[in-house]
Design a protein around this ligand. Sequence first.
Ligand code: GTP
Ligand code: SPV
Ligand code: MN
Length: 621
Amino acid sequence: MNHEISTGNAALDAWVNETSALCEPETIVICDGSEGERSRLIDLALASGTLIALNPEKRPNSYLCRSDVRDVARVESRTFICAESESAAGPTNNWQDPTLTKAALTRLFRGSMRGRTLYVVPFSMGPVGSPLSRIGVELTDSPYVVLSMRIMTRMGAPVLAALGDRGDFVRCLHSVGAPLSAGQADVPWPCNPDRTIIAHFPDERSVWSFGSGYGGNALLGKKCFALRLASVMAREEGWLAEHMALLGVESPTGERSYVGAAFPSACGKTNFAMLVVPDALSGWKVTTLGDDIAWLRPGADGRLHAINPENGMFGVAPGTSERSNPNAMRAIAADSIFTNVALTDDGDVWWEGMTEEPPAHLIDWRGRDWTPSSGTPAAHPNARFTTPLERCPSLDPAWNDPSGVPVDAFVFGGRMSHDMPLVFQTRNWEHGVYAAATMGSEATAAAESNLPAIRRDPMAMLPFCGYHMADYFAHWVEIGQALREPPAVFRVNWFRRDDDGKFLWPGYGENARVLAWIVERARGRARATETPYGFMPRYRDLNLRGLELSEGDFEHLMRIEVARALIELDSHDTLFEPLMSRLPRELLHQRYLLRERLHRAAEASSGPVHEAPLLIESTAA
Ligand code: GTP
Ligand code: SPV
Ligand code: MN
C-alpha cells in the first residue's frame, strides 16, 4: 500500500514509509494535537470499548480504561538494552545483541498493524524549543497511547514545526502486536503478552516496543526515551537524566529553593511533589514542577539547572485521597484518564484508600461486580491516573520555563521498614553519590518481578539507566566536580516501622517538616548533629509542632544501630561486586570512610551501640 506522507521532515517521512511497509497498517494519521483530533480518537476508543466515559457531572471530560489483566505494569524481564557490547549495557541491564534483536523485531513487527491505524506522534520532552528539550516521534497503533501521549508530552504540530526539515529526533516504534484480519472484531485492550519486548538501541537512539499497551512499556517518551536513552545522551553531552520529582520550596522570608527527589517507583515521588504544607509550618510553600523525571544540566553559573521533560502525570491511584494528596485529587477532578481503577454505580472512579469506607458496590478493575466482602482489591495496586500538569493546583510558576530552575538539594529515599533513619545529610558531593548509589528499597507493584524483598536501587535508576551502572556513578562524580555549587545531598526514609509494623512517621504533607530542614541545611543554616551517616537533625532541630511524636518515637525513627549499619554496609558489596572492574575509586573510598566512622562510633559508645550517634554538634555542612 502506498501512502503520501508529508511531515515536513524528510528523514521522518522516510522512516514512516519504511515502518508502514513493514507493519502494513490500513491507514496513517499524522497527529497535530488538535481538539478535533482528540475527540475523534475518544470516539474511536469509546466505540471499541477501550475507554468508558465517566459521569460528566462527577468527573468531566474523563475516561476509564481497563487493561488486559496480563498487561498491568512494566515488564523488566522483557526490557532490553541493545548496546553494541554487553559491557556497555553493564551487568544490571538485560543485554541483547543489537543486530540479532533488530532481525527478530523486524519479524515480529511484520504485518503487526494490519487492520489498524498507524499514528505518527511528534512530541517534545521539555518545553518546545528549549535548549534543554529533545524531540521524539512515536509511531504507534494504539489510540490509548496517542491519547496518553497528548497528556504526558507536548505533542503535535508545534513540535513538527520546531523539528523543521532537518531536525533530528528519537525514533520510538510501538505496536500492541495484535493485527486484525478483515471482519474480525477488536477487543477493548489488544496486546500480546507472550511476545512482549521493549528493546532500546542507544547507539541509534531508538526504541522498539511490542506487545504491551501499558504505561512505561508503551508511552515511549517516558521511561524508554526520557530515562534509558536520555541517560546515554546525557553522559555523552555532560548532563543528567534522572528518575526524580522536581519541586519548589518557598520559605517564610520568600526565599525560593528547588529540590530534586529520587525515590524508586511507587515510593512517593508524586505525593512529595504535590505535598500540602501543614499549618505548623505557616509561611512555607511547596510547588510542583514534575513528579517523575528531571533533566539537569550544569549552567554557566556553576549550578545544576533542571527541567521536567514531561507535560503530565501518570500517577499511582491507590492510596491517593483528600487526606494523603488533596492537590492530586483536585488535579484529577477532570480531563483525566484512569487505568485499572474501579467504577462506581454513579459512573465515577474509586480505589483502595480513596475513602475510608469503600462503596457498597463497584465494578472492579477487571469489569466484575465487587463488594467489600469480595476479598480482592477493587482497583489494581498499580492502577494509574493520567492528568495534565497544568491541572495541578500547586504548579510552580517556572514549570514551563525553557531555561529550567537551579537545584539546591537532592533527596534520595527508598522504602525501608527498618534501620534507615528518617533523614540525614551527606558530608559532601562524593559521599552523596555513595549514599544515592547504595539506596535500597522493598518491592512494590509498579513492576512485575519476583525479586527479593530489598533490592539496591541506585538513584532509583536501576530499571532505567541505559548504560553500565559503574560508568553512571563515575558520570555523577564528574558532574559534581564540574559544578561550583553542587546540590546538597540527603537521604530520607518515610517508611520506617515500629515493632507492631506501624509506620513511625506520618508521611505525606508532614514530610514538609523534613523538607524545610533540608532546604535550610542546603543553605548552611538549620542545626544538626554529626553521625557516622552524616548530619542529622535532633528532636529540637525539626519543626514537629502539632505532631504527636514523642522524643522516644523520634529516637526510634532516627536510630542508627552500628552493628546493623555494618551489616548494611557489607551488603553494599552485592551491588558493587559485579560493577567492581569499572567502579570509580571515589565510591570505594567513601565505603572505606563510612566503615571507619562506624567502627569509631562503636568504640566510642560504652552503652548500647545504638546510642553512638551524638559525636559532634554542627551548624555548618
Ligand atoms: P511512580 O509513579 O511509580 O514512579 O511512583 P511514585 O514514586 O510517584 O510514588 P507515589 O507518590 O505515587 O506513591 C506510591 C505509594 O506510596 C502510594 O500508595 C502512596 O500512598 C505511598 N506513599 C507516598 N508517600 C508516602 C509517605 O510519605 N508515607 C507513606 N507511608 N506512604 C507514602
Ligand atoms: C514507574 O514505574 O516508575 C512509573 C510508571 O512511573 S511507568 O510509566 O509504568 O514507568
Ligand atoms: Mn516513576
